[in-house]
Ligand binder design. Sequence first.
Ligand code: COI
Length: 356
Amino acid sequence: QAASSLQEMFEPSSSSVYEENADINWDELGFSLRPTDYMYTMKCSKDENFSQGELNRYGNIELSPSSGVLNYGQGLFEGLKAYRRVDGSILLFRPEENAQRMKMGAERMCMPSPSINQFVNAVKETVLANKRWVPPPGKGSLYLRPLLIGTGPVLGLAPSPDYTFLIYASPVANYFKEGFAPLSLLIDNEFHRSTPGGTGHVKTISNYAPVLKPQSQAKNRGFSDVLYLDSVQKKYLEEVSSCNIFLVKQGNTILSPATQGTILAGITRKSIIDLARDIGYQVEERQIPVEELIDADEVFCTGTAVVVAPVGSVEYQGKRFEYNTGAGTVSQKLYSTLTGIQTGLLEDKMGWTVEI
Ligand code: COI
């Protein structure tokens, strides 16, 4: 019998072993900011490389009112997690993937980027400096938020002359208030998340504010979030505001929209695809017309913050497609396998985790 949540995979008493932990109620974590002790900062100018970074106490930063990030949205962010193992050690999950994605995004946004090593080392330093905030096993994870932003002044539209790479951290647990209970999604064809030739595939900060309005409208109507369709034919599934989407069909086939420029290539998405293939599912990455929701056995979302979240229903043009009232067998299995690897409970045959 698979555990239905991360918490159930651990002994209830395991939290008492870590005396060094911050004195907070670890059972109350959700996905809101809980400031930790230190943040990491590294700066550079245009046409230079990032060199020496430093850890400072977490706090506000000073920014020119005419900085590139404030005026023209020249910025990227990343998200990754550190997990506490039962023996007290700490694991990162695929940090080089985040480093590579930031590098690719920086190229699109005309920004210099830290090297893969600089990124990964900065993440490790940030975690170690905030070690007491890594939740006990089964209670969540330490979410790391790397930012790359244009901090130098600009007035005319141009790349910023100076850049800051910054990482802050916050302990987190479930992203959605539903926890592991199934989400209800709304397909709202008035709004679209991205467009061909745009930046939908890049983790730029400017992809996220535009989804706030459709998201809050959906929430006001009782939905968990919005599932977007493509902006050209308005018929193919793309992604949810903060995560990728998967469908399970005929018991053994798993579908996810192909990432062809308008969809974020999630690291959890990629990991779930590899794990599913390894387990024996057939995985197809392709265009998925909205009608395919009709005969899906299961629908689920994936993301770093979201992990694997089952979808219970999707509403489209007034019709509601219903799925499991709990987590489906496939999403449950993939969730348990992924989180088992991330937390060191299962053997990491893929070589994805990095101990620090
Ligand atoms: C993540 O999953 O880490 C993200 O960056 C999504 C964010 C909107 C919370």
